[in-house]
Design a binder for this molecule. Structure first.
Ligand SMILES: Nc1ncnc2c1ncn2[C@@H]1O[C@H](COP(=O)(O)OP(=O)(O)OP(=O)(O)O)[C@@H](O)[C@H]1O
Length: 360
């Protein structure tokens, strides 16, 4: 699978700078966590019940796109339980032995956060089944016919698994989670609160319209909102007096080529080619990719998901087509479809004509 590069300002993947500042911006308790009302309420019940019973809660699976707060929620779970947390990820556990080493060093009640759980190796996954269900693992010593399984008791712990692709989890693993929280993209008003909260923590003066302007360009994702806020802060401090208003935020994000709807240069290049060169489609993916000078994978996995989500582009069996909203967003008028012209040799299909909205 194509890994989205972290050098785009609007990628939901964390870059180095994000990792450095995110710790300071993470809400610490459930009450400070903005949005995701349903997951928050469900999780709050799970945690309160566990506290009341004095036992570790069921294992928790958090699923949803990157940057929506899965790591943050796992830390909140540990904080709400007053338990320590151990953080690891699927790709870091390639051998069952790696997992056995982690599991055997957990303390009672500890929270184990396993990010990208769908990327764990199969043997490790199978070891995890038993650990989750019976708090026990079989450590295999030796090889071949002489190999023996030594059972190892584990203290009760809570696994918090996170995945961007819940559909890839094998059912036996999925079934061992007592609670699954599905994270959704954030509404603009919720992101506005995220921006406002982060601005306060970063000591940035921002007015409500400034926060709304950043929120509207953040693609429903707190990580992107926090990153855009930092770029807007730079602009406000270098070119102005440091205060973020809607006008300053708009100017700053125009410099960084993130438009009012959160599209960046690549997204707009794809739409622009689809509209201007191919009359809105249908056009095949590889042709579209050549037209924008990118790999087909980049167009398909980096630009298209957001364009489809925004209702600007549709994938059809005949190829990619632009929606009416796409024409509107780029300020273009869709081609006029004239009826076929009858000639003595038959009908000539209509040719699309493009008219820029300004009439030029
Ligand atoms: N509900 C929220 N309220 C405030 N800030 C949030 C919220 N959700 C996420 N954030 C902020 O967004 C950033 C990214 O969150 P986090 O690292 O938890 O996302 P994630 O879903 O784990 O991403 P990934 O899957 O890439 O690891 C953090 O700085 C966090 O503080």
């Amino acid at each position: 699978m194509y890994e989205e590069s972290a050098d785009r300002l609007v990628t939901a993947a964390a870059d180095g700078e994000d990792q450095a500042v995110e710790a300071a911006l993470r809400p610490k308790l459930l009450d400070e966590f903005i949005g995701q009302e349903r997951v928050r309420e469900q999780l709050s019940l799970v945690l309160q019940a566990a506290r009341k019973r004095g036992s570790a809660p069921d294992h928790v699976l958090l699923s949803g796109p990157p940057g929506l707060g899965k790591t943050t929620l796992s830390m909140i779970i540990a904080a709400e339980l007053g338990a320590p947390i151990r953080i690891t990820s699927g790709p870091a556990i390639q051998h069952a032995g790696d997992l056995a080493a982690i599991l055997s060093s957990l303390t009672e009640g500890e929270v184990l956060f396993l990010d990208e759980i769908h990327r764990m190796s199969r043997p490790a996954e199978e070891m995890l089944y038993m650990a989750m269900e019976d708090f026990r693992v079989d450590v295999i010593v030796g090889k071949g016919p002489g190999a023996t399984a030594i059972p190892l008791e584990l203290p009760p712990f809570t696994l918090v698994g996170a995945t961007t692709r819940a559909g890839l989890l094998p059912p036996p693993l999925r079934d061992r989670f007592g609670f699954t929280g599905h994270m959704e993209f954030y509404a603009p008003v919720e992101l506005q609160r995220v921006v406002h909260r982060s601005a306060t923590l970063l000591d940035v003066e921002i007015d409500p319209a400034g926060a709304a302007e950043i929120a509207g360009r953040s693609r429903g994702t707190p990580r992107i909102a926090n990153r855009l806020l930092r770029r807007v802060r730079d602009y406000a401090q270098v070119r102005h007096d440091g205060v973020v208003t809607a006008e300053i935020a708009g100017q700053a994000l125009d410099v960084y080529e993130v438009d009012a709807r959160g599209l960046d240069r690549l997204d707009r290049a794809v739409l622009d080619a689809l509209l201007r060169l191919f009359g809105g489609g249908p056009v095949g993916l590889s042709t579209l990719a050549v037209a924008v000078g990118e790999e087909a994978e980049t167009v398909e996995e980096v630009a298209e998901p957001f364009l489809v989500r925004e209702g600007l582009l549709a994938r059809t069996p005949r190829g990619r087509i632009a929606t009416a909203a796409a024409w509107q967003h780029l300020g273009l008028t869709p081609p006029v479809q004239t009826p076929p012209v009858q000639t003595t040799r038959g009908s000539v299909p209509p040719q699309p004509e493009l008219f820029p909205a300004d009439g030029s």
